[in-house]
Design a binder for this molecule. Structure first.
Ligand code: SF4
Length: 502
């Protein structure tokens, strides 16, 4: 294998207790056996069990020309569910992480004082996080960028909710929210690790034929999603409130895509500037990027106030989907009441369980549940429940889906597993059936030249990742009865059997 086409061959052991970082070679043998991402993270958790480890990993194709390949994965035990989860970090962080020179990071131990992990130019440093207690994620990101003198630095971080020990805490992607529904923001805060800061100025080599094949796949994916733009495309499938889509349109300023992605599903809304403004604004923070369809949906009952409250949650690093469920149940109907209540929810350490809201082992469900297959995907709980638990019917031609709910749930879980092993956005994969395991296997083969690698191995790896992770599950709490559609128990038993015994 030409390792330099996929990885830097660098594994970092970051010990927060001693403040020391140790580098090791990743090794081709381990990469060949596990491929990467969530699958390799899981193996590293097994090899380095001491110090309550949390593993941050890049996928085999992260930062390559493959479409949607800017993803990193955090694998750790969820403080909410007690289960091992693979949480996707999308945006630009995965791209920057691999190009900083590090492929995988095992974070162990606990620092007494707040620290950040700073990765750049093949250098790793555990540095003091400074006075961050009262600051929002926007302010912290700005301060880190100012401090290091580089506006292209990205970080995933803990916000004030995590620092206050709230179970609603989530990992935030730089200034914005994220997809963490498992409380990993609290897991980071409990380790004293307030941010992982990355800047990637390195590069990977490119195999002959890899770029044209990636460009072809990109073009086909873009063609299949033609005209689909913005978070509204995902939300349309779930939004029941007729008033909501107009409220979303009212604040929409622009849509954007992550690295190498032809589906711009992220929507930036303006709160302090005219959304119709075309010229560059002078306002330092004109609004917020809506990257989290589940969080936006859960706040949709607030009508025109939804973005204000969404931004309040993202600045605090609090799960907007859980907050929305609690606020709605409490009858809170406007932004002023919501602002006050959000702060107290954090201070009172409220969560879905002690607020008596429906949950999957403490984890936030999608609003309105969805069908049986969506319930099964969320019940599995091993990938972020912030990712839509369904194949998204956006492409032309549409995906052909099995009628059986267990088969349908398996299809969704296996696409998520494949994406999080290769470092490809699971939302993108759930939107584009044209990006098949066979096409991805072709790219992997070009990049690695591994004997025997192909579609069947990728599919088997995805199944094995699901099985191995489910076998580790010792979930806390239960699944609320309100989240179990007819036939749930038998279907859930069937799905588990398929992966755990299969
Ligand atoms: S589908 Fe959306 S979240 Fe995923 S990479 Fe593309 S723009 Fe980013």
């Amino acid at each position: 294998m030409a390792m330099e086409r996929t990885y830097n061959n660098r594994l970092l052991l970051a010990d927060l207790t001693t403040g020391k970082c140790e580098e090791r070679e990743l090794g081709e043998e381990l990469a060949r056996a596990e491929l990467g991402g969530a699958a390799l993270n899981l193996e590293l958790l097994r090899r380095f069990p001491e110090g309550e480890p949390l593993v941050i990993g890049t996928g085999l194709l992260t930062s390559t020309f493959c479409p949607g390949s800017g993803v990193a994965v955090v694998t750790a035990k969820s403080p909410r569910s007690g289960m091992v989860v693979h949480h996707p970090i999308i945006g630009l962080i995965g791209l920057e992480l691999k190009l900083s020179g590090f492929d995988f990071i095992v974070v162990r131990g606990r620092s007494e004082k707040p620290v950040r992990l700073w990765l750049h130019d093949e250098l790793a440093e555990i540095a003091p996080a400074g006075e961050v207690k009262e600051q929002g994620t926007n302010q912290v990101t700005g301060r880190i960028r100012d401090e290091y003198g580089d506006m292209n630095i990205h970080a995933f971080q803990v916000g004030p909710a995590g620092m206050a020990g709230s179970p609603l805490a989530m990992i935030s992607e730089s200034c914005f929210g994220g997809y963490d529904r498992a409380g990993l923001g609290l897991a980071l805060a409990e380790k004293g690790l307030y941010a992982v800061v990355v800047r990637g100025l390195g590069s990977l080599e490119v195999a002959d034929g890899f770029f044209p094949e990636s460009a072809k796949l990109m073009q086909e994916a873009a063609q299949s999603l033609k005209g689909k733009i913005g978070i509204r495309e995902i939300m349309r499938l779930w939004a029941k409130e007729e008033t909501f889509l107009p409220a979303l349109e009212k604040v929409t300023h622009r849509h954007s895509a992550c690295y190498s992605c032809p589906f711009p599903c992220r929507t930036f809304g303006f709160l302090r500037e005219d959304p119709a403004r075309k010229l560059e604004t002078d306002a330092p923070n004109p609004g917020d990027a809506m990257i989290d369809p589940q969080g936006v949906l859960a706040l949709s009952f607030l009508g025109n106030d939804f973005l204000h409250v969404y931004e309040h949650c993202t600045q605090l690093g609090a799960d907007p989907a859980a907050v929305g469920m609690i606020l709605k149940a409490e009858g809170i109907a406007d932004k002023n009441a919501a602002d006050q209540r959000i702060e107290s929810l954090i201070n009172e350490k409220k969560d879905l369980v002690n607020s008596k809201q429906n949950n999957f082992h403490g984890v936030t469900p999608w609003p309105d549940g969805g069908d049986l297959s969506a319930a099964l995907v969320q019940a599995a709980g091993i990938f972020s429940n912030g990712i839509p638990p369904a194949v998204l019917p956006l492409s032309n031609p549409p995906a052909s889906l099995p009628a059986d709910p267990v088969e349908k749930a398996a299809l969704v879980l296996e696409r998520m597993a494949l994406g999080l092993t290769l470092g490809i956005c699971p939302i993108f994969l759930l939107s584009t059936p044209v990006v098949t395991p066979a096409r991805l296997a072709g790219l992997v083969k070009l990049a690695t030249e591994w004997d025997g690698i192909g579609e069947e191995e990728l599919k088997a790896k995805a199944k094995s990742l699901i099985g191995k992770t489910l076998k580790l599950a010792a979930p806390k709490g239960s699944i609320s009865d309100g989240l179990k559609p007819a036939g749930f128990d038998a279907a859930w038993a069937g799905l588990k059997k398929r992966y755990v015994e299969g």
